[in-house]
Design a protein around this ligand. Sequence first.
Ligand code: UDX
Length: 482
Amino acid sequence: MKISVIGAGYVGLTTATCLAEIGHTVRCADNDETKLNLLRCGQMPFFEPHLEELVLKNCQAGRLRFETTESSVVNAEAIFICVGTPPLENGEADLSAIANVARTIGQRATGDCLVIEKSTVPVQTGQQLKRQLQLYVDKGLRCDLVSNPEFLREGSAIEDFFHPDRIVIGVEREEAARQIEEIYRPLLDRSFHCPVHSDCKEDRKPAWVVTDTNSAELIKHASNSFLAMKISFINMVSDLCDAVGADVSKVALGMGMDPRIGPAFLNPGIGFGGFCFPKDVQAFVRIAEKAGCDFSLLREVENVNKRRIELFVEKVRKELWVVRGRKIAVWGLAFKPNTDDVRFAPSLEIVRSLIREGAEVSAYDPQATEKARAVMPDVRYCANPYEAAQGAEAVVVVTEWEEFRHIDWQRLRRLVERPLIIDGRNALDSKLVARNGFHYVSIGRAAVAAEDVECGDREKIRTENAERAVQDIALEGLTRAL
Ligand code: UDX
């Protein structure tokens, strides 16, 4: 099918590329000419695993091109709207980009087509969009509106596209559902070869959920808000664990075994961030308010989340006593691993707070340094975790990058001024860290004291570290081979 995807951000660029990969002819549009030119030269505007290779592959195959919005909608059979809906001052979503796109479609589209709303929008936006598209209908053309909310996560967006749990479709006409089903047919039949993952769940077909547009729009906001609530809930439980001496990991494990609860999104820490959860929860509260429903439960979810930053900084303060003048290594900057996105990242708030208190911060992130530097120039950015830790009195982990689980602890031990790890993501193996002579502090779990490292133990640790390194190399080799 001839498809136009409007918006070359996280959702749009991933959607356009993956639709091309499953065989469609896709024109991806953006109003940022610089971004389009970069993409035409094969340069990605952000880091997302596997995206670059798939963009290049599909451009070379002639299935993917980058154009202006105006030209991309001409002759398109389906138009995906993937433009941003950033928060306004009052928390509501700014829908001006969506309205502009609707106007362009009305003016420029030339044949019958499906208009698919993928951006996260408040309920009833579809109805507004339909009114905007009246221009189109006035030309005697048929234009069906479909709500098709996106659930992809940054850092695993490509995998999420090829292996969705569900595809949600909100339509007004049966025929529109049939047409969009054709677009997703390869995913529904599993009749494509996953280009990037060897451990494809080939036999797991996604659920196909067809409903009205209002319900589809609500599914997105309700899902993200519910997940945010789960995170705030476990964060409160972790505070309780800290207060009474229980272990939040064990509590989460026990809770998650109940299929009605499930184990996902029960990792406590410094709170949720990124461009979706904070804005979607805020927007959902406003949507409810405007509809006359008091969703104060979600306001509390936001409040709990905001308090995470101060609670974590308090943990650092408690360990260091005086923060002023202390050298602190911060590991991680991105709002989550496998992305370079620092928008609404709690890690940045923590760094800012430590600097305000007079700490000397050295930070390291495998991908997000440049984006962090653009908004936080005063920090000393390092090329690797060891450089950041040189002379540090505390190493603070704020993003759970896999790399941090494979540190050479003995090397690190020699570099730091004081062997103290404060893990804001419960990402590290507490026993391993302590056995290497570090005092380990985490969230909702008792601190683990550094073990005295005797000569014999040193040998044991060296062997363990070496074995770990060999396993990592073998695993990497195996993954590459597959
Ligand atoms: C989210 C939704 O998951 C996705 O379906 C939607 O389309 C976009 O918003 P994303 O923002 O990319 O995706 O990241 P996600 O993995 O959901 O994490 C969101 C935030 O919650 C991150 O800051 C993460 O660190 C935090 N989180 C997540 C926790 O603190 N604990 C958890 O257990 C899970």
